[in-house]
Design a protein around this ligand. Structure first.
Ligand SMILES: *Cc1c(COP(=O)(O)O)cnc(C)c1O
Length: 377
């Protein structure tokens, strides 16, 4: 048993943190200055740095998770008890959970084949039917899954046509673009996640992207327990404890300096898999014209569920982590009673798809180990 373990090769993770040169310096500055609080210059620098990166005159609010950012976006979009919110079904549960936190109802919409994200046609069909049913959806949550942008232009046009705000879940798509415009800037509100597995990280964290100084103030007010102006603590609204720590923002500040490099590396890893495996029976997700994915995770579609499982297990034996694609929300037990507009696209992806290790700190040797296993199929 022991010798078996000792012989096991180093674990290869799906997506691991990858620090740059300066994170420790910025964290140390926070400690030295005693700014160990959800307040301080690392937070303002991190927010400003991200603002400069995504441009479009957006305002960034640093929070303690991407989920918190979605929750606040929904509140700011006016979502409340009993409202319906249209949400991409093919996603991580954190896209949909905050709808339920507010006592609102998720209505799920399936994906299209070319981006794996919310199908614009199905979205419009869903909106029309919900309106006919007597309830106009209060918001739309669209997701740039695995870093591949959704059809931003078409989805925006539909949102405008029916006057429904779009919340852009860009948790996996920092650095992705459509026609040179960054993901996270298309919706009324955008969100990013800086969880440990994302393209850059603060160990845990998120940001809300808004359009004005005033909205930023509102978001900070909600994220810091909704304190009114008074010498004592006075509250006229329910607040949350969602602000980012200044210590962790130091990590974020350092990570922003290497973001472009991380995007390039993840894209190079995709290209490498593609080149090595394109002649086998795997399908890759290719970029529509004008779309640039950060390739957060490289994903493949295998010919069948059985093949997918064989590959996953063969990798596991070699101590290599891989994972089936997201299980759609309309198939999740917890959402089984929610309305859903389904075409079969996401179910098919879930059945046959696999995420491959895509960390930007993968070595040549690691990639060789992974590709060797895959080539056997
Ligand atoms: C990671 C993720 C989130 C949630 O972000 P956290 O920072 O982990 O709360 C939301 N949506 C998607 C699509 C994600 O991948």
């Amino acid at each position: 048993m022991e010798s078996n373990l000792a012989n096991k090769e180093k674990k290869i993770w799906l997506s691991s943190p990858h620090l740059g040169q300066n994170e420790q310096t910025y964290v140390q500055e926070a400690l030295d200055g005693n700014w160990v609080a959800p307040l301080g210059s690392n937070i303002t620098d991190f927010e400003q740095g991200l603002q400069n990166y995504i441009k479009e005159n957006k305002y960034v609010v640093a929070l303690n998770s991407g989920t918190a950012a979605i929750h606040l976006a929904l509140i700011m979009a006016g979502v409340g008890v009993g409202d319906e919110v249209l949400c991409q079904s093919f996603t991580f549960s954190a896209s949909a959970n905050p709808i339920v936190y507010l006592g609102a109802k998720p209505v799920f919409v399936d994906s299209e084949k070319d981006t794996w994200n919310m199908c614009p046609m199905l979205l419009e069909e869903a909106i029309k039917e919900r309106i006919l049913n007597g309830v106009k959806p209060k918001a739309i949550i669209a997701v740039h899954l695995y870093g591949m942008p959704y059809k931003a232009q078409q989805i925006s046009i539909i949102g405008k046509k029916y006057n429904i705000p779009i919340i852009e879940d860009s948790a996996e798509a920092l650095g992705s673009k459509v026609d040179e415009k960054y993901c996270g800037t298309f919706g009324l509100y955008g969100i990013f996640s800086f969880n440990g597995n994302k393209i850059i990280t603060t160990s845990g964290g998120g940001t809300l992207i808004v359009n004005s100084e005033k909205e930023k103030e509102k978001a900070i007010y909600l994220a810091t327990q909704a304190k009114d102006q008074a010498p004592h603590f006075q509250h006229s609204q329910i607040g949350y404890n969602y602000r980012m720590s200044n210590v962790l923002a130091g990590i974020g500040k350092g990570q922003l300096e290497v973001l472009e490099d991380r995007v390039k590396t993840r894209r190079r890893i995709f290209d490498r898999y593609f080149e090595e495996l394109k002649n086998l029976d795997f399908k890759f997700l290719e970029e529509p014209k004008g779309f640039k994915s950060n390739r957060w995770l490289t994903t493949i579609q295998t010919p069948s569920f059985q093949t997918r499982e064989k590959i996953r297990k063969a990798l596991e034996i070699k101590n290599i982590e891989s994972r089936p694609l997201w299980k759609p929300m309309h198939l999740q037990p917890v959402f089984k009673n929610c309305k859903a507009y389904i075409s079969g696209v996401s179910e098919n992806l879930f059945e046959k798809g696999l995420c491959l290790p895509s960390s930007s700190n993968l070595t040549e040797k690691d990639l060789g180990r992974i590709i060797e296993v895959l080539k056997k199929f």
